[in-house]
Design a protein around this ligand. Structure first.
Ligand SMILES: Cc1ncc(COP(=O)(O)O)c(C=O)c1O
Length: 367
């Protein structure tokens, strides 16, 4: 059987039972008791005043972009080492992204480089920073800079659900955060996401935007244009079950990370992603850089064995679509992309598969 990077894990019969309850309620719709429950329990678990469950993390970002009233030509400052979903919605509305390189100690946006970007673009409409591979960005340092510049900071915490920063859930403290519950994330709704914020006005506006911006009239009245972005009651039922067992997922992911690191100890040419001292990552993926092994060859060799592995995100400044965009670079992201490898990190990954991966990398290193 193929070994996936991060397959979903259901908690016994729990999610099936909750989906059954959703069926029985006949809320087979983008609203219903499970959506309400999921949003309520997520608000409690992650300590945000408001949460809005969406059809994807990308949709949560789209709602933010719409709430910011992005106009063609607006500059936004974003992480360079990220998935395109971080910027796609903003760019679709005409924003011009400015990419900022990473701190080698965290692999997240480098605060010093953000300072430079804010100096270059004091009129930037927003800063969106990514928590990479489950590790929170240095949010307090970034917030200080954004507050001084009068720019709103949002965190793309799609990958860091359950991680903490100085004891706070990922994204907490920013103007807004988004989470992803895509099928490969630490907890999943099959496909889904969430917008989280303590700003009641923002969340009320986004809630309306996510329901086609319908005004409270008996007929369909619209003062502005929205979209259709709310999570369905059936996937929300899965989310409720997953959320209630997030602690188990975090425990299992930490164990996988630990088991990998035991194998790296005797291989000084494998360097795991550094752990920042300010927080606890969720260990969504175990990611390394390699010396003397081409990550693309490793991906090819592992794929031939039925084991999924991936290069790191290709930095946005290297993407053909963003060739004309400005960037504040230090070379960190380009080097990480050149040398980096995402290892299979499923909660049910076996020691045998880990040993097979290590044998494969040893062999490539010896060639
Ligand atoms: C950093 C980052 N941002 C945004 C997204 C988009 O989330 P979704 O797939 O739920 O739309 C993802 C991943 O899926 C991601 O890794």
């Amino acid at each position: 059987m193929r070994v996936f990077l991060s397959p979903p894990v259901m908690n016994g019969d729990l999610e099936r039972r909750l989906v059954g309850e959703a069926f029985d309620s006949n809320y087979i719709a983008p609203c219903g008791p499970m959506v309400d429950l999921f949003e309520r329990e997520a608000a409690e678990r992650f300590g945000f005043r408001q949460t809005l469950a969406t059809i994807s993390g990308t949709m949560a970002l789209e709602l933010l972009a719409r709430a910011l009233e992005i106009q063609p030509g607006d500059k936004i400052i974003v992480s360079d080492l990220t998935f395109i979903g971080s910027v796609a919605a903003f760019v679709s509305l005409g924003a011009e992204p400015v990419f900022v390189d990473s701190d080698p100690a965290t692999w997240c946006m480098d605060p010093q480089l953000l300072a430079e970007a804010l100096q270059r673009y004091p009129q930037a409409k927003a800063v969106i920073v990514t928590d990479l591979y489950g590790q929170s960005c240095d949010i307090d340092a970034l917030l200080t800079l954004c507050d001084a510049a009068g720019v709103k900071l949002s965190v793309d915490a799609a990958e860091s659900v359950g991680a903490t920063y100085r004891g706070r859930p990922s994204g907490k403290g920013a103007w807004a955060a988004i989470y992803s519950f895509n099928g490969n994330k630490i907890i999943t709704t099959g496909g889904g996401g969430m917008l989280l914020s303590d700003d009641d006005a923002l969340m009320a506006h986004c809630r309306k935007l996510a329901s086609q911006a319908r005004e409270p009239f008996p007929w369909y009245e619209h003062a502005y244009v929205g979209t259709h972005g709310r999570l369905g009651n059936i996937p929300a039922a899965i989310g409720v079950g997953q959320l209630r067992h997030l602690a188990d997922a975090l425990r299992d992911k930490a164990a996988v990370w630990q088991a990998w690191n035991e194998r790296f100890a005797s291989r000084p040419w494998i360097h795991p992603m550094p752990t920042a001292d300010y927080g606890v990552p969720n260990r969504w993926l175990t990611v390394v850089t390699l010396e003397g092994v081409d990550p693309l060859k490793a991906v090819e060799a592992l794929t031939a064995r039925g084991i999924e592995a991936r290069p790191l995100w290709k930095p946005m400044h290297l993407q053909p679509v963003f060739r004309a965009c400005d960037a504040v670079l230090s070379g960190v992201d380009a080097a990480l992309f050149r040398d980096g490898l995402c290892l299979p990190s499923g909660r049910n990954l076996t020691p045998e598969t880990m040993d097979e991966v290590m044998a494969c990398l040893d062999q490539l290193r010896a060639e």
